[in-house]
Design a binder for this molecule. Structure first.
Ligand SMILES: [Zn+2]
Length: 101
C-alpha cells in the first residue's frame, strides 16, 4: 500500500493549539508582573485590555497545522478540480503560496 507523504505539521507558533495570547494581554501581564502585582491583588486587573485574551493564530489561521509543500500541492489539486473550496483568509493563502515558492 502506497503511503501519502506528510501533508501538514504542527504549527510552531501556537504549538498546534490554533490560538495564541493576544500581544496586548501578554504586555499587560508583563507590566503587572514587572510592577510586582500578583493576580490575587484586587488592583491586578485595573487597565486590562478590552480585547480577547486568546486570539486565532495568524500563522496557521487558527488550524494549529501548517501544510507541507506536498500538502499544499494536494490542496491545490483538489481545489482546481472542485473537490474542496478554500475558505482561509487571503493573508494565510499568501503565506501558503510563499511556502511553495
Ligand atoms: Zn498556529
Amino acid at each position: 500500500m502506497t503511503q501519502l507523504p506528510i501533508l501538514d505539521s504542527r504549527c510552531v507558533t501556537c504549538d498546534g493549539a490554533g490560538w495564541v495570547t493576544n500581544p496586548l494581554w501578554r504586555e499587560f501581564h508583563r507590566k503587572q508582573s514587572a510592577a510586582g502585582i500578583k493576580t490575587s491583588d484586587p488592583d491586578y486587573w485595573d487597565g486590562e485590555p478590552d480585547e480577547l485574551e486568546e486570539i486565532p493564530c495568524g500563522e496557521c489561521d487558527g488550524l494549529g497545522r501548517i501544510l507541507t509543500d506536498e500538502g499544499s500541492r494536494l490542496l491545490d489539486f483538489l481545489t482546481t478540480h472542485g473537490v474542496v473550496k478554500i475558505t482561509r483568509s487571503e493573508e494565510t493563502a499568501k503565506k501558503m503560496r510563499g511556502i511553495r515558492s
